[in-house]
Design a protein around this ligand. Structure first.
Ligand SMILES: Cc1ncc(COP(=O)(O)O)c(C=O)c1O
Length: 363
């Protein structure tokens, strides 16, 4: 077999090796099923058990109270940019409030505006989204249908490390950082996350919704786009993405059993991010961080080179060392190291070593 690279892709992204091995071992014949998971009817008792077990693991990991439902949907987070306002804003007398701290939040606003009145209560575009507001900066009005926030902006690498306080339901796009730390779910009305960054393969999107908010969904909505249908039918309103749900469940099992839960995961993530940022900060004349220090993401570390001509050579040397997909998004430039839960410490250490060596050679 060819050697695995350390994959710093922003998504679809690195998965835990024990999960991949388990999928490989169970691919032809899932224990007790005589078939692969992809060949099972979603109505079979075996698949229903797989989906229920994935749901229960999410509930345990995130400590989700019983007045919330967990849905497994398709269409990625971009569909949630539309489904959220279709279900929670249509027919409401108050506007939706959006906190825009990066590219994804901006896209979410674009879709919400098609559905109703939107107030952007914070927008960091003037500084190319290098910072976050403090809780005090945010003037969340109680006359709002909900407030939307992106907990981690994947492109810019800025991340809230706390749950927001708000008088109205908080809707959180947690696509690139679900499971990176324990959160207080009761502080949220709705959390959504496509799986392909920190939770599994592409194809499934997790939606955690406070059940009372389901009452806002109008029966006039197209069936698939109505959260109420998915809740009532336990994510079986249509055929769920069975393989992706199975793999998501395995990632959740890995987090529970191998890692020891989200508190332990958080500690590891702090350590990994510190390793990269310390390397950046040791060479301030070489590496220029995009995010302000206080707002740095534990998931996506972004930096540019003071001398932009060095970028190509750094990327080539990284590739040579087995460090893959480090090129930053074109809107930020430079390097983006996505260091999600499944990125091993060894990958991060190798990157930090390269950063030190490269800075020494090119000073
Ligand atoms: C924070 C965030 N929101 C939304 C999306 C869009 O997700 P999807 O491609 O699953 O629609 C992404 C990444 O692709 C993301 O990083």
């Amino acid at each position: 077999m060819e050697k695995r690279l350390f994959n710093f892709s922003s998504g679809p992204a690195v998965l835990p090796v024990p999960v991949l091995e388990r999928i490989r071992d169970e691919m032809l014949c899932l224990p007790g099923c005589g078939a692969s998971v992809m060949e099972l009817s979603h109505r079979s008792k075996q698949f229903i058990a797989i989906q229920e077990s994935a749901k229960q693991r999410l509930i345990r990991l995130l400590n989700i109270p019983s007045d919330y439902d967990v849905l497994f949907l398709q269409g990625g987070s971009r569909l949630q940019f539309s489904m959220v306002p279709m279900n929670l804003l249509r027919g409401q007398s108050n506007p939706a409030q959006y906190i825009v701290t990066g590219t994804w939040g901006k896209y979410a606003v674009g879709e919400a505006k098609k559905e109703g009145v939107v107030e952007v209560i914070y927008d960091a575009s003037a500084t190319n989204y290098d910072r976050l507001p403090s809780q005090e900066d945010l003037k969340i009005s109680s006359n709002g249908a909900y407030v939307h926030v992106t907990s981690n902006e994947t492109i810019q690498g800025v991340q809230f490390q706390h749950d927001l306080e708000s008088p109205i339901p908080v809707v959180c796009d947690s696509s690139s950082d679900i499971f990176y730390r324990p959160i207080d779910v009761t502080k949220y009305g709705l959390i959504y996350a496509c799986a392909q960054k920190n939770a599994g393969p592409a194809g499934v999107t997790v939606v955690i919704i406070r059940r009372d908010l389901l009452d806002r969904s109008s029966d006039a909505l197209p069936g698939y786009l109505n959260y109420k249908n998915h809740s009532k039918e336990e994510s079986m309103w249509n055929t769920p993405p069975t393989f992706a749900v199975y793999a998501l469940g395995l990632v959740a099992e890995w987090l529970e059993k191998d890692i020891g839960g989200l508190q332990a995961m958080h500690k590891i993530n702090i350590e990994k991010a510190k390793t990269v940022y310390d390397a950046m900060d040791r060479h301030p004349t070489m590496y220029l961080g995009h995010a302000q220090k206080k707002d740095r993401s534990l998931m996506n570390a972004t930096f540019r080179f003071a001398n932009e001509n060095l970028e190509k050579s750094f990327l080539a040397q990284a590739q040579e060392a087995g460090l893959d997909s480090l090129k930053g998004h074109r809107s930020v430039g430079g390097i983006r190291a996505s260091i999600y839960n499944a990125m091993p410490m060894a990958g991060v250490q190798l990157l930090a070593q390269l950063m030190d060596d490269f800075a020494a050679k090119n000073a």
